[in-house]
Design a protein around this ligand. Sequence first.
Ligand code: PLP
Length: 399
Amino acid sequence: MMSSLTEPAERLAEIVPSRIRAIFDRAAELEAEGAHVLHFEIGRPDFDTPRVVKDAAADALAAGRVHYGPNAGTPELRDAIADHLGAASGLTYERDQVLVTIGASEAVFLAIMAFCGPGDEVIIPVPAWPAYEAAVRLADATPVFLPLRASDGYRLDPERVRQTLTPRTRLVVVCSPHNPTGAVLDAERLVALADVLHGTRALVLSDEIYSELVYDAVHVPVAAVSDLRERTLTVGGFAKAFAMDGWRLGWLAGPRALVTTALRVRQFTTTCPPTFVQDAAVVALRETTDERARMRAAFAERRAAALEILARQSIFQVAGADGAFYLYLTYAERFGASDGFAAQLLEEAHVALVSGTAFGPTRAEDYALRVSYACSVDDVREGITRLVQHAEAMVLSGR
Ligand code: PLP
């Protein structure tokens, strides 16, 4: 029973434990009992970090790069990130427009803490990576959920943003390529979004952590749309395309005045990212082009293998899926709500995936599952086959 000693702060009331983690923990228990579980639940690459990056970290440690660095990150890494962003967008980034963060997660947190507070509304298109909502609630601001539609490939519709805007809208979250659907936004929609936001006080938090992982699409950086640049904070990082999720490094980039404000939060939270890790990240940006291309090609192969199997059945529908390493599958209500369905798939078919409910509060998420195809192509084939066979068996048995 909760006593006054253990009572959490009120702002934690709606911060619930991650459902993704719960599935992962149960999968580990089944494996300990000897089951062969196919892992589609965790959104991280299965590759090792490129060797050259590990060597750079070891060298930095040996050289004594073990002390505090500047609050905003080392100048070398800020420059390297500025160059990287510039090369991808055709824009010019200066060092003071870049803040090195503890993963993209911290970049999201800093941006929301710096600009959103009580009374402010944040538009979160759903389904969405759950950390946006949590950060908004921790900031005592108000999340406003905007449903993305499967019929529209889960792409953000600027007209629906217009209908959702109020004078209190302080921030609009954009995530392209998108977790959990893999949807990728094109330039036309972003230009329309610029028009919708013109004259408002709404910033754009553009989470582009999957920017390098696009397949049948082209990634357009939101800040590359000139009418959005002054209001856009871009989030990126090393976790996905560089296979460096455990290194905990990312960035927040944008107009100087916005980045400087976010730095005020950082000064009194995490102080600075680890110095030797930042040294290694400079090498990651400058010397891993070939490894990143190889990993991207492997993701493309897995995606194609999964889509090929899914094309031969009609129980699960897939839309979006042009980028990141996710497939967001929807299905008919008769199979039951996704929490129960995901639990059943894990127990009976030993396929671990995440229920749509982890990504948003609307009814559409109740009948959806996220597949993360960040595992071997053989596992992808076997897992998707098991998933389909399990559902087909349910149909046949009338369950
Ligand atoms: N943004 C999105 C859309 C994600 O899916 C994730 C991780 O799953 C992150 C940010 C977090 O990245 P990091 O590990 O760099 O904090």
